[in-house]
Design a protein around this ligand. Structure first.
Ligand SMILES: [Zn+2]
Length: 399
């Protein structure tokens, strides 16, 4: 199965003279107005907007036709996201509009220039083109060079203004082939105590889970506690700007930590042949947390969604597919004994003690094994029948 993956690389526009700044500001202003104008139609149909608006937009706005089309697409995306989030971020979204260039309106080349080898040439209006030197950080440079080597393809570039500096966001794409016949299932359980726990199960021996790995997420929890404390102090002194800065800083730290965690998860998965990663749906996990108000609050504060996005992204780069259990399949993953299938309500700290077959197992690892067993049939391994009270069951082991 093939799937397109995207990656975004950000560079800073440097050496802007006043004339270029003037041009960029004017184009951004015009482009924002055009997006807002398209929004007034209140339609998410690109065809409709094209038929009713395109000719008029060409007369009303002094922009390249390529830009008129991306402005229309942007309006559609914004409107769709309003519908999803219930117009929550309306003002914010419109204020942060960036100018999108596609292959018709930009070219990007690598030169032997001393300042920076990367030059972006934009076609803004009329026949003139504007060249902008772009600087990248070390990691970003590696990514962008992969596109020049042909590993990735250049898609669009967004020009964005932030605190009077200008940035270019390049979207690169690549088609990745996923293996349709996985030989290993990597089950990942996410929770409050351990941010993530992974267990590998091989096709030949689905009942013998391999050594798992734990990520406690202590750094993220520590950052959370620390910044929460600082924020409360600042809040009392009424310093909203400082609070916002803090939140950004906290987010940056957390993102960094999440990336480190996910890199380790992917390394774990890469030890095994042809892995597919399996997780529960987030709504499924949420149900578990609903039980207690306090836990529910904690659930919302842990970055599970973000963790999931990064896992999906990094896994796809390795050609690993990520699958999810349905909400129904998620039921009782943490309460059911993976060996005999017995569902126990007895909570014994971090351990699951099965009163039926006597199994003693780490609770999170047990949940992982259940997650893996439940996805087996849909990855073509056949059903994993829960053994009827197996011979291994030994009542003496119940303590
Ligand atoms: Zn059991």
């Amino acid at each position: 199965m093939r799937r397109d993956v995207k990656v975004c690389v950000v560079g800073k526009v440097v050496r802007l003279n006043s004339q270029k700044v003037l041009v960029l500001n004017r184009i951004l202003f015009e482009y924002c107005n055009l997006v807002k104008w398209y929004l007034t139609f209140g339609s998410t149909s690109k065809n409709f907007l094209h038929e009713t608006g395109y000719e008029k937009a060409k007369r009303l706005f002094n922009l390249k036709t390529g830009l008129i089309q991306t402005a229309r697409d942007k309006a559609v995306e914004i409107l769709k996201s309003f519908k999803k989030t219930g117009k929550r971020n309306r003002v914010q979204k419109i204020e942060r509009i960036s100018i999108r260039f596609d292959s018709r309106t930009y070219s990007f080349s690598k030169t032997i220039n001393v300042l920076t080898p990367y030059w972006l040439s934009l076609s803004l209006n009329g026949k003139s083109r504007t060249s902008l030197p772009i600087m990248f950080g070390e990691k970003q440079k590696l990514k962008i060079d992969k596109a020049f080597n042909g590993d990735w393809k250049f898609a669009t570039v967004e020009i964005m203004k932030k605190n009077s500096a200008w940035y270019a966001h390049f979207t690169l794409t690549k088609t990745i082939e996923f293996n349709e016949h996985p030989e290993t299932i990597i089950a990942i359980d996410r929770g409050e105590k351990n941010l993530a726990v992974a267990v590998a199960i091989l096709k030949d021996s689905p009942n013998k889970p391999l050594k798992g790995q734990f990520w406690r997420g202590s750094e993220i929890k520590r950052t959370k506690g620390l910044y929460g404390h600082i924020r409360r102090n600042l809040g009392e002194k009424k310093l909203p700007k400082k609070i916002k800065d803090m939140r950004n800083k906290e987010q940056r730290k957390n993102n960094q930590q999440l990336h480190i965690t996910v890199n380790q998860i992917i390394e774990y998965a890469k030890q095994f042949p042809n892995s597919v990663i399996v997780m529960e749906t987030l709504t499924g996990i949420r149900n578990i947390f609903k039980a207690s108000k306090k836990l529910n609050k904690r659930f919302h504060s842990l970055p599970f969604r973000k963790l999931q996005t990064i896992i999906e992204y990094k896994a796809s780069l390795e050609g690993m597919e990520v699958r999810y259990l349905t909400r129904r399949q998620t039921k009782n993953t943490s309460k059911q004994c993976h060996r005999c299938g017995y569902v126990t309500q007895i909570k014994c700290k971090r351990e699951l003690k099965c009163p039926n077959c006597g199994l003693k197992y780490n609770r999170d690892l047990n949940a992982c094994v259940n997650i893996a067993h439940r996805i087996m049939s849909s990855v073509g391994w056949g059903n994993c029948d829960t053994p009827e009270l197996s011979n291994e069951a030994n009542p003496q082991r119940i303590s």
